[in-house]
Design a protein around this ligand. Structure first.
Ligand code: FNR
Length: 368
């Protein structure tokens, strides 16, 4: 007696259904966080420490939640972030997310470690749909160069280099469930044999280059015209370095709590970062995104009030896809849009530009 789709009223409902219906190994891979999962839990609860300061008597008859991210227009300021191994949750894998995102005019970030091939995910997109590439940098830079150039040729608009995973974190739930193949394949473009005794995550990540450093950034700029964003920045000093390195954006993120446990949440790093960027006149030099724990449109609104250009959402769409396929992804996106419209109306912000820092109270935020 699985609940029907119209009995799912918010993103957390999809998670509850997914937990019941997914294969144990798949659930373990998607839901796990690193070590004691303190960061994983705090990613969501950090939003509860921020309170709204709504404006009243603003004309909110019409709400426009469209915006731009990295120079392209989008219907709402969130994107589907990169999550590996889509076929663990659904036989068609990542293309299900592509189709859902197309319907709602939402940007999709394609993971290096997708279950579908990169070309399958590109081929599934609609005519004007925007896709970005998430990149794990290979020890063999020629392989990386080929992946990047191919993505650019296929029309990807931005390159998100993951910088928080020189080694994959220990996700013990995943390790315990001992990754079994489940018939899904991983296109990681490396011929290394996989040690599956360590769980799915570690099995697929052995090619990632732990020597990647700031010195490599100019090389990326030399091989592509795509916008370059560093995904997984966790302190303001590194945001400033990213500005100096001339990249176009950063994602303040702890990889969904899957890497360094007790790393702070993206929303709290954002609250601590923006005042310093403003002080230095850097706030318009770079686009700031966050991800991790975003489950409600109110979370998105808080991030935008604090200065984020947009936010990434990972697990909720995986859960919606695993539980209900494309109709699930479609409904999850629509629920967020409906919530967003209501939240903007109730806070007194008819457009994204009207979301201001003084509409949130961050005094209970842990990081300062
Ligand atoms: C991820 N994430 C991720 N990030 C990345 O850069 N490359 C990857 O291959 C993956 N794979 C991946 C798989 C799964 C199952 C999850 C849950 C996450 C991290 C992801 O992009 C993002 O940072 C978090 O998922 C955001 O947190 P929420 O929305 O899942 O809470």
């Amino acid at each position: 007696n699985k609940p029907t789709l119209d009995q799912c009223y918010n993103l957390l409902d999809f998670e509850a259904v997914a937990k019941r219906v997914m294969k144990k190994t798949a659930w373990a891979y998607y839901s796990s966080g690193a070590d004691d999962e303190i960061t994983l839990r705090d990613n969501h609860s950090a939003f509860h420490r921020i309170w709204f300061r709504p404006k009243v008597l603003v004309d909110v008859e019409k709400i426009d939640m469209s915006t731009t991210m990295l120079g392209t227009k989008t219907s709402i300021p969130f994107y589907v972030t990169a999550t590996a191994l889509g076929k663990l949750g659904h036989p068609e894998g990542e293309v299900v997310l592509t189709k859902g995102a197309a319907k709602h005019n939402i940007i999709q970030m394609i993971p290096t470690l997708a279950s579908c091939s990169f070309d399958e995910i590109c081929d599934a997109k609609s005519e004007h749909q925007i896709q970005w590439l998430q990149l794990y940098v290979n020890k063999n830079r020629e392989i990386t160069r080929k992946i990047v150039c191919h993505a650019e040729n296929r029309g990807c608009k931005a390159l998100f280099i993951t910088v928080d995973a020189p080694q994959l974190g220990r996700r013990e739930k995943d390790m315990r469930s001992k990754f079994e193949d489940n018939g899904s394949s991983v296109q990681n473009n490396n011929g290394d044999s996989m040690d599956r005794s360590q769980g799915a995550a570690r099995a697929i990540s052995s090619f990632i280059d732990p020597s990647l450093s700031w010195k490599d950034i100019p090389w990326f700029k030399s091989i592509t015209k795509m916008k370059i964003v560093l995904k997984g920045v966790q302190r303001v000093e590194d945001v400033i370095k990213a500005c100096e390195a001339g990249v176009d954006g950063v994602v303040l993120s702890n990889h969904g709590g899957r890497q360094l446990d007790t790393a702070p949440s993206g929303i709290e790093i954002l609250a601590a970062t923006m005042p310093i960027l403003r002080e230095r006149g850097l706030e318009n030099k770079i686009e700031i995104f966050i991800d991790g724990g975003i489950r409600r449109a109110s979370d998105i609104v808080k991030a935008l009030c604090l200065g984020a250009k947009g936010v990434g959402i990972g697990r909720p769409f995986l859960y919606a896809m695993s539980a209900y396929g494309l109709p699930g992804v479609d409904r999850a996106m629509q629920l967020l849009k409906d919530e967003m419209e209501m939240n903007m109306r109730l806070i007194g912000a008819p457009t994204i530009a009207d979301l201001e820092e003084n509409m949130v109270d961050t005094r209970a935020v842990a990081l300062h």
